[in-house]
Design a protein around this ligand. Structure first.
Ligand code: FES
Ligand code: FE2
Length: 347
């Protein structure tokens, strides 16, 4: 499928997006990544501060990530122009640096994530970066993963906002109690929250192991909160059904979607179990189940869904809307309103 098909790429620009995991820069000192259809280069300067500049050399458009990091500067691997973290050319082996430059972008490192702002730089307030409790490694056992999705980022948000698909797409993660569950959807400020309550559910064996429920029935509550543009937290709470015992386990997971282009999405996910009750081997089992479900079940389905849509927007094709779509529709409307307001303010 063509990279940016015919879907008009309407992104919210004035927002923080996850550009990567901080630890990626330890493995890949020059990390080239396309975000909102822009070529971005991520690196650390000699003081360890992460930076983001344009990845396209202004000379012959070679990707700068194919060059090398020299202290505070990145040298193009083709003819040697060098650029600093402000994007200005700081060395030209062939003459003056003059006005040679690539763009630079606000980048913040917070709780193991790199957040980038591709809108109006003056509005890039670090206080707007979302905070998630489960990123606190002193209290949570955390596992991180990445998938490249071949789909529009809203299809990927929709997938988390409607967990009725668990019974059908992930038999190892659910039962028919999931689709029978009561679901409440509400808006909380800028967020959309969908809460699904399963009662008296016998968890499938791998989940019973993770959540330590053994063979007894549980009440499982799954609360998904969506934050514009496409950052979602899934909070799962497990307690014994019937109330004769008094234990509680659960998990949190983050699903952070960053548009690569109109039909491609960076999917950064994080799974977290509380250190209050979980140990490393429980956590390993949880991350494994999570990663396998995303890679082998969600991704193939959503990629295929996008292929079926081709270059058409989902809503333009007037999909059959079911009650289970309520949260996704609300989030789409909210995001569309934010994008419209942003465009109106610059037009
Ligand atoms: S393409 Fe980068 S210096 Fe020529
Ligand atoms: Fe799924």
């Amino acid at each position: 499928m063509p990279d940016s098909a015919g879907i008009e790429a309407q992104f919210l620009r004035n927002a923080w997006y996850v550009a990567g995991f901080a630890e990626e820069l330890d493995r890949t000192p020059l990390l080239g990544r396309r975000i909102l259809d822009l070529p971005i280069l991520l690196f650390r300067d000699s003081k360890g501060r992460a930076a983001a500049i344009g990845d396209r050399c202004p000379h012959r458009f070679a990707p700068l990530h194919l060059g090398r990091l020299e202290g505070d500067q990145v040298r193009c691997g083709y003819h040697g122009l060098a650029f600093g973290r402000t994007g200005r050319c700081v060395d030209n082996p062939h003459g003056p640096t003059g006005a040679l430059a690539v763009p630079s972008y606000p980048l913040e490192e917070k709780s193991g994530l790199l957040w980038i702002w591709l809108g109006t730089a003056e509005q890039a307030d670090p206080a707007l970066i979302p905070s998630f409790d489960c990123l606190d490694e002193s209290r949570w056992l955390i596992g991180r993963g990445y998938l490249g999705g071949n789909a529009h980022y809203e299809l990927m948000s929709d997938n988390i906002l409607d967990l009725s698909h668990i019974e059908f797409l992930h038999p190892s993660l659910g039962s028919d109690a999931v689709s029978r569950a009561r679901v409440e959807v509400r808006q909380d400020g800028e967020s959309v929250i969908a809460t699904r309550r399963m009662t008296d559910e016998l968890l499938p064996p791998n989940l019973a192991r993770v959540y330590r429920s053994g063979d007894q029935p549980v009440n499982r509550t799954m609360e998904v909160s969506w934050h514009a543009p496409a950052n979602l937290l899934l909070d799962v709470a497990i307690e014994p059904a019937g109330g004769s015992e008094n234990w509680r386990t659960g998990s949190q997971s983050l699903h952070l979607f960053t548009p690569e282009s109109a039909c491609k999405t960076h999917y950064f996910y994080i799974g977290a179990l509380s250190r209050d009750w979980a140990d490393a081997s429980t956590a390993a089992g949880f991350f494994d189940a999570l990663g396998r479900a995303f890679a082998t079940e969600d991704k193939p389905m959503i990629d295929a869904q996008q292929a079926m849509l081709g270059d058409s927007d989902l809503m333009a094709l007037k999909p059959a809307l079911l009650p289970i779509d309520k949260a996704a529709v609300l989030a789409r409307r909210r995001l569309a309103a934010l994008i419209a307001a942003e465009r109106a303010s610059v037009d």
